[in-house]
Design a protein around this ligand. Structure first.
Ligand SMILES: Cc1ncc(C[n+]2csc(CCOP(=O)(O)OP(=O)(O)O)c2C)c(N)n1
Ligand code: SF4
Ligand SMILES: [Mg+2]
Length: 205
């Protein structure tokens, strides 16, 4: 099974989204799940462009609304494997209430967050995971806010959900963690650390 579409990605050279896309395609290709039983519900952003590059059923939803869309798909047809892909802005910002609701209800959807600590498609403004003090296009004097940590939020609202983190620059680890995500029964979130090479080099510690 090959989950590559015929459309060539348009991300910046060196963008970590290439690695996240490759890990998702490889893990699902190696699984026993038939492509026609997989639905990707994709958010808006640079990461959201993945909707075009995967050859299963995909839906390019609204910013922050990919999770409720995915919940609807899963409730309508529980046999489907439903995967959400979104950025830190969409999933932890505009869509945070939906993330918490899905985790609390333990809806069996798999959420992959491409966490580059920025609103990248809109050219590098601060997001909910931007570190405090970091300089970005919208915070030239430094971010005043604390950053959100999904590893603390999800366990606070759910005892059953799986929440894990991975480094996009470690393909072997990323592959294994995507597989674990797919194997989990119930709500699962994988926060993938990513560097936006166009707007986020200053965030690298
Ligand atoms: C409802 C809504 N609000 C705002 C926007 C504008 N917008 C498009 S992409 C984006 C930021 C995306 O950041 P993130 O979700 O982190 O994805 P990334 O581009 O970093 O992968 C924003 C604010 C929009 N398209 N829709
Ligand atoms: S702006 Fe950043 S996240 Fe978007 S494609 Fe370029 S490197 Fe990737
Ligand atoms: Mg982002």
């Amino acid at each position: 099974m090959n989950l590559k579409s015929q459309i060539t990605p348009t991300w910046c050279p060196g963008c970590n989204n290439y690695l996240i896309l490759g890990a998702l395609q490889a893990a699902l290709s190696a699984s026993n799940i038939k492509p026609e039983n997989i639905v990707f519900c994709v958010d808006i952003g640079c990461s959201g462009n993945m909707a075009d590059f995967i050859s299963t059923y995909t839906s390019h939803t609204l910013h922050g609304r990919s999770i409720p869309f995915a919940m609807g798909v899963k409730l309508a047809n529980p046999k489907l494997t439903v995967v959400v892909i979104g950025g830190d802005g969409g999933i932890y910002g505009e869509g945070l209430n939906h993330l918490i609701a899905a985790a609390r209800m333990n809806i069996d959807i798999k959420v992959v967050v491409a966490n580059n600590q920025l609103y990248s498609l809109t050219t590098g403004q601060t997001s909910p995971t931007t570190p405090k003090g970091a300089k970005t296009k919208s915070t030239p004097l430094g971010n005043l806010n604390e950053s959100i940590d999904p590893q603390k939020i999800i366990p606070a609202v759910s005892s059953q959900a799986l929440v894990d983190t991975a480094d996009s620059k470690n393909p072997l680890q990323l592959n294994q963690k995507v597989k674990q995500l797919m194997d989990h029964k119930g709500f699962a979130l994988l926060d993938v650390q990513q560097v936006c090479v166009a707007f986020g080099k200053q965030l690298i510690g």
